[in-house]
Design a protein around this ligand. Structure first.
Ligand code: MG
Length: 207
């Protein structure tokens, strides 16, 4: 049996630009109300910041763990109510015998809210691992993957990671995890082992 590790956003549901943008809007809102961040509007380009988010937030929240948790909870309260339910994915996850995990840079509350709207039952998953569990490391950092594997006692070669972000798949591949890029409609240049338009197609093809 394999261990199937799923990213949440833009992986367990089709790419949703509004939700993606809302993470940026909420980040900006939070930081602009936080004097210690020394935040100025002009500098804020979410698409660019997303590519170096761990360093960016690490500097702002150094020595401010409590504030960091409050920030994370605030930012992850995005509106997911418009996502379409996916009963077929729920059924497929239910019948697949492999062990399943959610591995996200967000919060447990965001996972619960999102799965609830998608109609995917929480009890399919043996573990849900979020940004707090990795000590605020992000999945672009190999150490985040090591902490995840260690927490659940998993062998990398028995694992598949499904993620829409090639930056998250690269460190996983380097650790020996099989990587599955969920790429929406457009083809994307990627060094992943597999590439599919959506997670249900990926599961049907691979398992
Ligand atoms: Mg994602």
């Amino acid at each position: 049996m394999a261990n199937l590790i799923f990213d949440l956003d833009n992986t367990l549901y089709p790419r949703h630009p509004e939700i993606e943008a809302e993470f940026g809007i909420r980040t900006k809102e939070y930081l602009s109300r936080m004097p210690a961040a020394g935040f100025t509007d002009k500098e804020f380009d979410w698409v660019e910041i997303s590519t170096r988010i761990e360093d960016y937030l690490g500097r702002i929240f150094a020595g401010r763990e409590q504030e960091r948790c409050a920030y994370l909870d605030y930012v992850c309260r995005v509106n997911v109510k418009d996502l379409a339910p996916n009963p077929e994915l729920n059924t497929f996850l239910k019948i697949l015998p492999d062990t399943k995990y959610i591995f996200t840079d967000s919060t447990l509350e965001h996972v619960k809210d999102t799965l609830n709207v998608l109609g995917i039952e929480l009890n399919h998953f043996t573990g849900i691992f979020g940004n707090k569990d990795s000590g605020f490391r992000f999945k672009s950092n190999p150490q985040c993957h090591r902490i995840f594997l260690e927490k659940y006692g998993l062998e990398p070669r028995e694992c598949y990671l499904f993620d829409d972000n090639p930056r998250n798949l690269l460190p996983a591949a380097q650790l020996g995890i099989k990587t599955v890029l969920i790429s929406g409609q457009g083809g994307q240049e990627s060094a992943s082992d597999y590439q599919f338009s959506d997670v249900l197609t990926a599961l049907k093809q691979l398992f």
